[in-house]
Design a protein around this ligand. Structure first.
Ligand code: HDE
Length: 718
């Protein structure tokens, strides 16, 4: 059947306001994006060239049974466009999720920088953020062990500033020229394109074990930081040392940090692996849902500041991207807060087409000579030229600054501006020499590079000050809590068990001996190996007598747990015959504390008068939740106790160190699962005491995991 045209006569079918934006509080970027959005509502179906289409069901044919006619410009246009709908995915960081929001500085940072967005607490600077994994392709799973990208485009009043960081504060290599080698090694292997979204394979471990500068970063990846529970709950780091420059031209070195307001948490490896199959979109779904539910993710932006004259006071080189500045040596000063409050309207137009580059900076921010950063400044714009099809990618709506971007750059693929005038060069006298340069100034000036004095020989050489590859790895290992150390050991054991060549496994273990003999020994045991004696032992103590620390408690995720249960996900496990009063009481208290509660049952439908299941046991497994509550009547408890899937649900939550609560007959399900009815993190009571049980449950969830249960949980089959 041909479509009936719903078009209103006289309404142009070009740029229409979208259905979702802008709302009250819209930023300048929201309003700019809105002028590009297209809303199909009440519009006639037309060709790309504006002709109304009367039949979108049938190709033009010679007779009802064909053949099809080349003349069919409507079919040809549709198929041709479809044939070209995909663009190359990013060579790294291909899988990502994005969101809109804003950044606001707490107070004017005039002494630190002349950057306008850091000088005025009244200004809300629009941002677009993209989080990503690194190794896997666009369709890979979210919860793999990997580094996460953390990119923020600030649409400032002085042009775009791109923060292009990661969720770990160091990197694998010290010099950009090694990046293609590193990426070739970590990506799926070239002969069979295996494995997807994983570093557990020979080429990765071959490369990193031959490049000891990677050892510190590899340890971070093997730690719980490699499997964040949520994109909303991970820290972000600029990694390199940058400069902030004030209006008087004074420069200071800085390291940038993003700290989630709700704290930082990670998955357990078993959860991460299962989620990769049961919900490969786990992290992006969580980000999307949080924003839709009004749980707007927030991060504080902080800086560690080092005065120019203190550049050489540390045990390591500030230009070496494989090193952190321990917070115990230089504390973080919080500058402001970022809030993500709007999901994108269109994944491709926004998240896929956004193009970041660490070279996009504004007056008041500048680079350091970190050789990894210097290489990145070139790579990012270069890669967009093939990924986004030419040098005009800055004209894509998501990439446009909210300032004008007038200059004499002309033409090229996909030019979408109509540049007026005859003079596209400077100097010119026929157009009054417009557009003109702006001299550098304290306010609203042109960009001026920091006047750094440098001299030296042209040379291809790594600085001696970059040579200690193990001490900070040792510091990281020593700063972990016991469960975190256990997880690191298990991660190395898992990854190396997937490496086919024994000489590579041996080389890794030998490298680990330089970090810590106990770490090396524990990893080696599971691989049937013996570590060699350390050749360049790292030391958590300062080797040079310069500033150093033995242990840095702020490196442990245990120090990041924040009180409260805001935005956690709680499952109420029930079956037909559940106890409606307990469910209602638990729901009310948990929701009031900021959690999101779902009733999970073997089947959809009513589980108690007026209470319906939100999802099934198979559809939303326990790994999708932070805690499990059992509120059963007798019949419900009987059904759950008899169900292997239901008992597995509770056992799995127990194994993953989650808080569990049971009231009334709910305790029978724990017993049927051979679990204790009461111990730390397992709360239970009569239905008359439901409020008290829920209060203890909330406190237990706030601790994130019941670490004291770890040894017992290891024997639970789930
Ligand atoms: Fe990247 N990196 N990178 N990288 N990187 C890319 O740019 C590159 C490095 C990071 O959400 C690419 O647009 C080189 C460090 C993020 O779109 C590419 C070197 C850090 C993203 C590129 C590095 C990062 C990228 C691929 C070594 C943390 C995703 C697609 C000198 C500070 C951005 C693209 C997004 C993406 C090059 C090392 C973070 C090829 C040459 C260190 C978060 O240009």
């Amino acid at each position: 059947m041909a479509n009936q045209s719903p078009a209103k006569p006289g309404v142009p079918n070009s740029v229409q306001p979208s259905g979702t934006a802008p709302k009250a509080g819209a930023t300048s970027k929201d309003m700019q994006l809105d002028t590009f959005s297209v809303n199909p509502e009440n519009e006639a179906l037309r060709t790309n060239h504006g002709v109304k289409i009367s039949d979108d069901q049938n190709t033009l044919k010679l007779g009802e049974r064909g053949p099809s006619l080349l003349e069919d410009f409507i079919m040809r246009e549709k198929i041709t466009h479809f044939d070209h709908e995909r663009i190359p995915e990013r060579i790294v960081h291909a899988r990502g999720a994005g969101a809109h929001g804003f950044f606001q500085v707490y107070e004017a940072q005039t002494e630190l920088t002349k950057a306008a967005f850091l000088r005025d607490p009244a200004v809300k600077t629009p941002v677009y953020v993209r989080f990503s994994t690194v190794q896997g392709s666009r369709g890979s799973a979210d919860t793999v062990r990997d580094v996460r990208g953390f990119s923020v485009k600030f649409y400032t009043e002085e042009g775009n500033y791109d923060f292009v960081g990661n969720n770990m504060p160091v990197f694998f290599i010290q010099d950009a020229i090694k990046f293609p080698d590193f990426v070739h090694a970590v990506k799926p292997e070239p002969h069979n394109e295996i494995p997807q979204g994983a570093s557990a394979h020979d080429t990765f471990w071959d490369f990193v074990s031959l490049v000891p500068e990677s050892m510190h970063m590899v340890l971070w990846v093997m730690s719980d930081r490699g499997i964040p529970q949520s994109l909303r709950l991970m820290e972000g780091f600029g990694i390199h040392t940058f400069r902030l420059v004030n209006a008087a031209g004074k420069s200071r070195f800085v390291k940038f940090h993003w700290r989630p307001v709700l704290g930082s948490y990670s998955l357990l490896w078993d959860e991460a692996q299962k989620l990769a199959g049961k919900d490969p979109d786990f992290n992006r779904r969580d980000l999307w849902n949080a924003i839709e539910q009004g749980d707007f993710p927030e991060w504080e932006l902080g800086v560690q500041i080092v005065e120019e004259e203190d550049e050489h006071k540390f045990d390591f080189d500030l230009l070496d991207p494989t090193k952190i500045i321990p917070e115990e040596l230089v504390p973080i000063k919080m500058l402001g807060k970022m809030t993500l409050n709007r999901n994108p309207d269109n994944y491709f137009a926004e998240t896929e087409q956004v193009a970041f580059c660490p070279g996009h900076i504004v007056p008041g921010i500048d680079f350091s000579n970190d050789p990894l950063l210097q290489g990145r400044l070139f790579s990012y714009t270069d890669t967009q030229i093939s990924r986004l099809g030419g040098p005009n990618f800055h004209q894509l709506p998501i990439n446009r600054p909210v300032t004008p971007n007038v200059n004499n750059q002309r033409d090229a693929m996909h030019q979408s501006s109509i540049h007026r005038g005859q003079a596209s060069y400077e100097p010119n006298s026929i157009a009054g020499n417009w557009p003109k340069e702006t001299p550098a100034a304290a306010v609203d000036g042109g960009f001026e590079t920091y006047h750094e004095r440098v001299s030296g020989e042209k040379i291809r050489k790594r600085s001696e000050s970059f040579a200690d590859h193990y001490s900070q790895a040792t510091l990281f290992w020593k700063s972990m809590s016991a469960p975190e150390q256990d997880h690191i050991v298990a991660a190395y054991q898992f990854e190396l068990s997937k490496v086919e060549r024994e000489f590579i496994r041996q080389r890794v273990v030998d490298n680990l001996a330089n970090i810590d003999p106990v770490l090396a020994q524990r990893v080696a045991e599971a691989l049937g190996l013996t570590p060699a004696a350390p050749t360049q032992p790292g030391s958590a103590k300062s080797k040079s007598g310069k500033a150093g620390v033995d242990v840095s408690p702020s490196l442990s995720l245990m120090s990041k747990v924040k009180p409260g249960i805001k935005s956690t996900q709680i499952a109420i496990l029930a079956a037909k015959g559940a106890d409606p009063k307990s469910i209602a009481a638990a729901k009310t208290a948990l929701t009031a504390a900021g959690a999101h509660v779902k009733v999970i049952a073997p089947m959809l439908g009513e589980v108690a008068p007026g209470i319906f299941a939100d999802a099934t046991i198979a559809g939303m497994p326990s790994i999708a939740f932070d805690a499990v509550f059992l509120a059963c009547g007798e019949a419900s408890a009987k059904a759950l106790s008899a169900s292997g899937d239901a008992r597995h649900y509770v056992l799995e939550a127990y194994k993953h160190l989650k808080a569990i609560a049971a009231v009334g007959y709910g305790r029978d399900v724990l017993q049927a699962s051979h679990l204790p009815v009461s111990e730390e993190g397992v709360l239970s009571g009569d239905t008359a005491n439901v409020d008290a049980v829920v209060a203890d449950f909330i406190e237990a969830i706030g601790k994130h995991r019941v670490w004291s249960r770890a040894a017992k949980a290891a024997s639970v089959p789930a």
